[in-house]
Design a protein around this ligand. Structure first.
Ligand SMILES: C[S@@+](CC[C@H](N)C(=O)[O-])C[C@H]1O[C@@H](n2cnc3c(N)ncnc32)[C@H](O)[C@@H]1O
Length: 277
């Protein structure tokens, strides 16, 4: 595995036991039946009962198992062995039918057979991937013709701002257009900022929206809907405030920047035909 992805995997392995104890993931509530999917995710995919669903970068599987509780036949995939081991043990403990595969996203076609009605991924996934062209090909590989891809993710525009300023200022710190991996040495994690994380070094990639959209189109997906939101699922910047709906926003009704997006696409049933005269 590439050295950047290897560093990221060590980091994610270490975060799993921290996250499972964190208030953010509310494991006890999940065990008692709480659905971890938000309204946007549920409405975006609609009825999933009886459908096969592949969840990419599933972490320790709470969202994957929430789709299973809604009737989908689920498979979750993630490159963290710790995450997949925990997901499997939770599924067994809670008697939820769910398969989990440990694999780097780009190696998944070698490690998982079959095609799915739905490929789903959400919240904090794209910056960990160096190449969205290959990401989109993996999605197309696993979709049945006519199958649906759905993503809800933080908006790349919101990633350019200084994430250490406590005051509500938007100061550009990171480039929107940037090919090289960016190295971080952050303390803690989004689920527990005070956690003592040893494997701090991570590498992340900026991906303009156009890169994601063009990658999906090139892989043979037709975009059905694309939405942007002035709120997101976690505290991306220190001065953001959480509303009663659990979403994080800029204070004082400030809606100047898109913070999250969702996209739904369908795998074309027929190869695109060149027009003949
Ligand atoms: C922010 S988490 C996703 C969180 C998830 N949506 C949730 O709510 O729990 C990102 C996940 O991507 C996984 N990941 C990062 N790079 C990966 C790669 N190259 N292949 C597979 N999984 C990867 C990490 O292990 C981690 O579980």
């Amino acid at each position: 595995m590439d050295e950047h992805l290897e560093a990221n995997r060590r980091h994610w392995d270490e975060l799993v036991p921290i996250h499972v104890r964190s208030k953010l993931y509310k494991l006890e509530g999940f065990k008692a039946g709480r659905c971890t999917l938000d309204d946007i995710e549920r409405e975006g995919l609609g009825e999933v009962s009886g459908k096969s669903l592949l969840h990419l970068q599933c972490h320790f599987g709470l969202d994957t198992m929430s789709w299973a509780r809604l009737g989908a036949k689920v498979t979750g995939a993630d490159f963290s062995e710790e995450a997949i081991a925990l997901a499997r043990s939770l599924a067994e403990e809670l008697d939820i039918a769910a398969d989990f595969v440990c694999s780097d996203l780009y190696d998944l076609p070698k490690n998982l057979d079959g095609v799915f009605d739905i490929v789903f991924t959400s919240h904090g996934v794209l910056t960990w991937l160096p190449d969205l062209g290959r990401w989109a090909e993996v999605i197309a590989h696993f979709l049945k013709p006519g199958g649906v891809f759905y993503i809800v993710e933080s908006h790349p525009t919101a990633h350019i701002f200084d994430d250490e300023l406590e005051t509500p200022e938007l100061k550009v710190r990171y480039p929107y257009f940037h090919q090289e991996p960016m190295r971080f040495e952050d303390e803690g994690s989004y689920a527990d900022p005070s956690a003592d994380v040893q494997h701090k070094t991570t590498y992340e990639w900026m991906h303009p929206l156009s890169e994601m959209i063009n990658s999906l189109i090139a892989a043979g997906l037709r975009i059905e809907s694309f939405n942007e939101y002035p709120f997101c699922a976690w505290k991306m910047l220190p001065f953001m405030v959480q509303d009663d709906d659990g979403c994080w926003r800029f204070p004082d009704g400030n809606q100047s920047v898109p913070l999250m997006f969702s996209l739904r696409a369908v795998k074309e049933t027929m190869p695109l035909m060149a027009e003949t005269s």
